[in-house]
Design a protein around this ligand. Structure first.
Ligand SMILES: [Cu+2]
Length: 154
């Protein structure tokens, strides 16, 4: 191989490498969770609702499970009319579209802390682990408050 041929081969390799780099997809981003909060509960109340805002990442995903140390189980719930009574119903998953926004709020879909080990006290916070089908587990802090926290930028 002459020096010229070697140079040409090197240049070719470099340009292939550069193209491969340009074609490489951006690193995927996971869903983001903000403003997680739960209503305070009173002694003897065994369950409480939690609310939060999810912003989808770079791929369509689904929230499929949740867990928290304060509760024996955390379920995903929706509210639906049953005759003329509003009832909660467990659901398997909550769709989180890429780049979309999903709000879990009072009167709608929420996470339900079942079997509370102690009352949720206003002003405290506790960790909640959310499990997404693709992004895996994400831990957030839940603020116990009577009302939804004021969100920055709203
Ligand atoms: Cu519920």
């Amino acid at each position: 191989m002459s020096a010229i041929q070697r140079l040409a081969a090197t240049a070719l390799l470099l340009s292939v490498a550069a193209q491969a780099q340009m074609a490489a997809p951006k690193a995927p981003t996971a869903p983001r969770v903000e403003a997680a909060w739960a209503r305070p509960t009173v002694a003897g109340q065994s369950a409480g609702g939690g609310f939060l805002k999810i912003t989808g990442g770079s791929a369509n995903d689904r929230l499929i499970a949740a867990s928290a140390g304060v509760a024996q189980a955390v379920e995903l719930h929706t509210m639906a009319m049953d005759g003329n009574v509003m009832r909660m119903r467990p659901i398997d998953a909550i769709d989180v579209p890429a780049g979309g926004t999903v709000e879990l709020q009072p009167g709608g879909r929420h996470v339900m802390f079942m079997g509370l080990s102690q009352p949720l006290r206003a002003g405290t916070r506790f960790p909640l682990t959310l499990r997404f089908e693709k992004a895996g587990e994400l831990q957030v802090e839940v603020d116990v408050a009577v009302q939804a926290p004021t969100r920055v930028g709203r």
